[in-house]
Design a protein around this ligand. Structure first.
Ligand code: AMP
Length: 222
């Protein structure tokens, strides 16, 4: 058994999952596995998965469970880098995906904790409309907090753009799907005694501290 952290981050689009997952992964020195980032890279590379994914993504629809489950399974079990733990961002998004994840992570020791990063819909709508992301590394910015040189990523020099699926119609569709398909996972993980709800409002440093405190408390009970 490793000493790492095997974590799933739930939360609405725009709750700050991407930003917080990067920080938590760095803190625990484990890989950040974002299905959205992986799929956007696959679209850019023009791979078979990318070609299949693009239409779903642009419309704000979810990919079929079996496609995304295979992508995540390969990432989690096909690589030594996840032996010490991982931070999963954007997966699972349906109960079928959560059931598949259970089986995938059983040989790795199961999950330590599932965080529900809680931010109200009114706030995420504002954040999504002003969100800008680096095309190359996925770093997050906003109209209010742009990179130092407009619109060049501070971290990697990539182009910082509005996501193709951050249009009003696709945003509404993704939030509706979150309520229908993903919100039930909160109860699903609570029943399995894995859920911790963390307030995602306020300064990003404060939110990170809250998340890390919750994970440390869980790990100390192991
Ligand atoms: P995200 O960056 O997490 O908002 O993901 C962007 C898009 O990728 C989503 O709107 C879906 O089209 C697709 N996607 C990412 N993760 C999943 C998943 N777990 N299941 C199905 N589709 C996904």
């Amino acid at each position: 058994m490793t000493d790492g952290c095997r974590l799933v981050m739930l939360g609405r689009q725009g709750a700050g999952k991407g930003t917080q997952c990067v920080r938590v992964a760095r803190h625990f020195d484990v890989p950040h596995i974002s299905t959205g980032d992986m799929l956007r890279a696959a679209v850019r590379a023009g791979s078979e998965v990318g070609l299949r994914a693009k239409g779903f993504m642009d419309r704000g629809e979810l990919l079929p469970d079996e496609v995304i489950i295979e992508v995540v399974d390969e990432q989690l079990t096909g690589s030594e880098s996840t032996r010490g733990g991982f931070v999963l961002d954007g997966f699972p998004r349906t109960v079928a995906q959560a059931e598949a994840l259970d089986k995938i992570v059983a040989p790795l020791g199961g999950l330590d904790v599932v965080i529900d990063l809680d931010v109200p819909v009114s706030v995420v709508l504002e954040r999504l409309a002003s969100r800008r992301v680096c095309e190359k590394c996925g770093a997050n910015y906003s109209v209010a907090e742009p990179p130092t040189n407009p619109w060049v990523c501070d971290a990697c020099g990539g182009d910082v753009v509005q996501r193709d699926d951050d249009t009003p119609v696709a945003i509404r569709r993704r939030l509706d799907l979150y309520e229908q398909e993903t919100a039930p996972l909160v109860a699903w993980y609570a029943e399995r005694d894995l859920l911790e709800t963390v307030d995602g409002l306020g300064d990003a440093d404060d939110v990170s501290e809250r998340i890390i405190a919750v994970i440390d408390a869980r790990r100390s009970k192991r």
